[in-house]
Design a binder for this molecule. Structure first.
Ligand code: PMV
Length: 346
């Protein structure tokens, strides 16, 4: 049967990827390190089908996937569909597969709002498409495939703490560049408490935001120098299981990235973002280890010790502009899931 279902989780970048290497292939200009999250998931089903005249994509297709979640799955067109077809074409070329595919996908969290749905989405799609096409690729090749669509997705292929290098400097090099695990999910006790500050989709996609930042920000070169330095220090703090340093460096990376972007007019923050940042600073002043990080959206993700989660949650729930609080912890990488209504796939 030419079909497969895969499950993947979003990740939160502790040291941020922001900016692409010049040239094609979607290679990051800076290294990044993230933690894959449990508790939030994308489930994607891919079926190659000789009766289809063209590729079909349905998002929010919880009905087709037999799961919980929104049930308004509609045919999706435009840019999201084009990005999916690009990945499917790569898989078809590698597998000698000519059939078109039906793709059904659903998230159990808000799509395109900075909760890294492109990371879990393309990680799940890459794994499901590769297996549906009968390719016996390992996680490194799946990660490289996912990276070509969304660099953060390369990291969601793996669980725990995951690193992705910058691409080689020369834009003419088409190398395999995959993420790799740095430490397993149980490496250190860590809670990630997400303060959701809107249910709306972001106005500027991350690729667009990065391009505008690199073209227009007076601080672009400073960011390209600073990001690898923060990344190296953060990696050391992680390996030393030093939450205080890890938190400080994560916050520094996020603030440097956003300052650089804001200077180019690329602003992902809203009022709730600033209020949540103030709450995190107040928690710290009162002696709680809590550190903020923010991806390409207005939500604030707070790193804390698991025993402080209730305290952090209550403080965020009492924060103006925070609409919902989600708790997560380090989670697993992408994996095959049972087909809807079938026995588990291997
Ligand atoms: O890989 P993309 O296109 O989803 O961009 C990710 C950008 C950030 O989330 C802001 C940073 C990161 O490293 O994940």
């Amino acid at each position: 049967m030419s079909e497969a279902t895969a499950l993947a989780h979003p990740n939160v970048a502790l040291s941020k990827y922001w900016g692409k290497r010049a040239g094609a292939g979607n290679y990051p200009a800076v290294p990044s390190l993230s933690v894959t999250l449990s508790g939030l998931a994308t489930r994607t089903h891919v079926r190659f089908d000789g009766s289809l005249a063209e590729d079909r994509l349905r998002l929010n297709a919880a009905d087709a996937l037999g799961g919980e979640g929104p049930r308004d799955g509609r045919e999706t067109s435009g840019e999201p569909r084009a990005r999916v077809i690009e990945l499917l074409d790569r898989v078809r070329r590698a597998a000698g597969e000519r059939r078109r595919a039906a793709v059904d996908s659903c998230n159990d969290f808000p799509t395109a709002s900075g909760l890294a749905s492109s990371a879990s989405g393309f990680a799940a799609l890459a794994l499901a498409a590769v297996r549906a096409a009968g390719l016996d690729w390992d996680a490194t090749r799946v990660s490289d495939l996912a990276r070509r669509s969304s660099a953060s997705a390369a990291r969601s292929v793996f669980g725990g703490f995951v690193e992705l290098d910058a691409g080689a400097v020369s834009p003419s090099v088409d190398e395999v560049l995959a993420a790799r695990p740095v430490a397993p999910r149980g490496h250190m006790p860590l809670a990630i408490v997400v303060a959701v500050t809107t249910a709306a989709s972001k106005s500027v996609g991350s690729s667009d935001g990065m391009r505008r930042t690199m073209e227009r920000s007076p601080y672009a070169q400073a960011w390209l120098r600073e990001a690898p330095r923060l990344h190296g220090l953060l990696r050391d703090a992680l390996l030393a299981r030093d939450l205080e340093k890890l938190g400080e460096l994560s916050e520094a990376s996020a603030l440097a990235m956003h300052a650089c972007a804001i200077a180019a007019g690329v602003t992902y923050w809203n009022g709730g973002t600033l209020e949540a940042l103030a709450t995190v600073a107040a928690l710290r002043r009162s002696g709680t280890l809590a550190y903020a990080t923010i991806d390409a959206g207005p939500h604030v993700k707070v790193l804390a010790r698991p025993e402080d989660v209730m305290l952090v949650r209550r403080a965020l729930e009492a924060t103006a502009g925070v609409t919902r609080v989600i708790e997560a912890s380090p989670g697993d990488g992408a994996r095959l899931a049972p087909q809807p209504g079938a026995e588990p796939a291997s």
